[in-house]
Ligand binder design. Structure first.
Ligand SMILES: Cc1cc2nc3c(=O)[nH]c(=O)nc-3n(C[C@H](O)[C@H](O)[C@H](O)COP(=O)(O)OP(=O)(O)OC[C@H]3O[C@@H](n4cnc5c(N)ncnc54)[C@H](O)[C@@H]3O)c2cc1C
Length: 405
């Protein structure tokens, strides 16, 4: 029997597409999942809580969270955005909550409930879900496609939707049908540095301004940084890693990171230091810091890095020492020498070239009846629920478009 639609990959975008397609009238929709469990990434996401979208609903702001796909997502989000995804899950019985920073989670804080919601809706709607069905080959036949899955199982479909996430096999299948692939590189990672001056500060988080210089290509961001045992992580670093993912990869993850610990300019910092020096002349520099926002251990690490004597009093700080301190506080440079571990999230930048996709339908411009959704495309976002959001969106558009033809 030839199915109306075979979806390769039982992840976020595959389930959204399957449920949408069948709800719009497609009769036979099959999900072929390579592994023994569907929605495995949903399960591990958000530290087991699944940050499934974000409360950011202004589309022009929303697309700023996508280093790749920003332009194409404008049209897609105009049809199914964060608000629609939020309502979709609530209507399907999954209660959601918005955290202070805008991230959306299930009220239960359990990703298992997102899985239960998607699998039960899919099953009730009549979607066929076949696990242990790794698709190895696709061939174009008259009126559709023939697919060869693990165990020599053959499937026929009028339409095929590739939703294989960051897995290389999906990109291979796309290539075999004529698509060009933008090489895949990791995104959303921390930075490591061989500068050991901040090792005692591991675990500290604070708001900073940062600038990254990779061979004179410059990036700037502002937000919370986390000092780690080997370097830097936290939202601002993950965001920077996403926007510079390709260029950092090309430069072997080497660059210069400038940190403004105070988020103020040189003269503001100097003014505060000068008046603090006068008011606290008899006090020790090490034990008395002029900037409340700086944790004590970071203040000490910065002073030690400048070889300032631990007994020095504010009255005795030299002009040279004070100027070095100002520089260190507002533009200290750390040499980045590699990619550290991933944060809570990891995605692949790169994938099926966006030039070859019709974003009104998610259909291939090269091969009729072939569709794409989710991370297999050269689209990725920063942390905060933005990655799942583009998967719900492209899955919803693809699933809906196949029916409308
Ligand atoms: C640890 C971690 C935490 C994350 N947390 C978050 C978060 O909290 N919020 C957020 O927005 N994003 C998060 N992400 C990113 C998010 O998980 C992905 O962007 C999203 O899952 C991509 O969905 P997808 O449907 O495109 O692909 P996937 O969810 O990766 O699904 C693809 C499926 O296709 C299957 N497959 C691959 N090849 C074949 C084949 N040839 N035949 C059959 N099946 C195949 C795979 O086994 C897989 O099940 C996280 C990622 C990781 C790794």
């Amino acid at each position: 029997m030839i199915s109306d639609l075979v979806i390769i990959g039982g992840g976020a975008s595959g389930f959204m597409a399957a449920i949408t397609a069948i709800s719009r009238g497609l009769r036979s929709v099959v999900i072929l999942e390579a592994t023994s469990k569907v929605l495995e990434k949903v399960r591990i996401s958000g530290g087991g809580r699944c940050n499934l979208t974000n409360a950011c609903c202004d589309i022009s702001n929303l697309v700023n969270n996508y280093p790749r796909g920003e332009k194409q997502l404008i049209g897609l989000f105009n049809r199914f955005s964060t608000t629609e995804a939020f309502d979709w899950f609530q209507e399907k019985g999954l209660s959601l909550k918005v955290e202070k920073d805008g991230r959306v989670f299930p009220c239960s804080d359990s990703s298992e409930d997102v899985i239960k919601c998607l699998t039960s809706v899919a099953k009730k709607s009549g979607v066929t879900i076949l696990t242990n069905s790794h698709v190895q080959k696709i061939r174009i036949i008259e009126h559709g496609f023939k697919l060869l899955a693990k165990g020599n199982n053959l499937f026929e479909a009028k339409n095929v939707l590739i939703c294989t996430g960051g897995h290389p096999s999906g990109r291979r299948l796309a290539k075999s049908l004529g698509h060009s692939i933008v090489p895949a590189v990791p995104s959303l990672f921390s930075f490591s540095t061989c500068d050991k001056s901040l090792r005692s500060c591991s675990g500290i988080t604070l708001d900073v301004q940062i600038k990254l210089n990779i061979n004179n290509i410059k990036y700037a961001e502002k937000g919370p940084i986390l000092i780690t045992h080997k370097g830097f992580s936290g939202p601002v670093i993950l965001r920077l890693s996403a926007f510079s993912a390709r260029i950092l990869n090309a430069n072997n993850y080497k660059g210069e990171l400038k940190i403004n610990w105070l988020c103020m300019n040189e003269s503001e910092a100097r003014l505060i230091l000068d008046s603090y020096k006068v008011e606290n002349a008899k006090k020790k520099v090490f034990n008395n810091k002029p900037f409340d926002k700086l944790p004590r251990s970071l203040w000490k690490a910065i002073l030690l890095g400048l070889n300032i004597d631990s007994q020095l009093k504010w009255a005795d700080i030299s002009n040279y020492q004070k100027e070095s301190l100002v520089k260190c506080l507002i533009m200290k440079t750390y040499a980045i020498n590699g990619r550290g571990p991933f944060g809570d999230e990891f995605v692949t930048a790169g994938g099926v070239s966006l030039k070859e996709i019709d974003f009104k339908t998610m259909e291939s411009k090269i091969c009729k009846g072939l569709y794409f959704a989710g991370e297999v495309l050269d689209i990725d976002g920063v942390t905060g629920g933005f990655n799942f959001q583009h998967c719900w969106t492209s899955g919803w558009v693809a699933g809906g478009s196949i029916v409308l033809k």
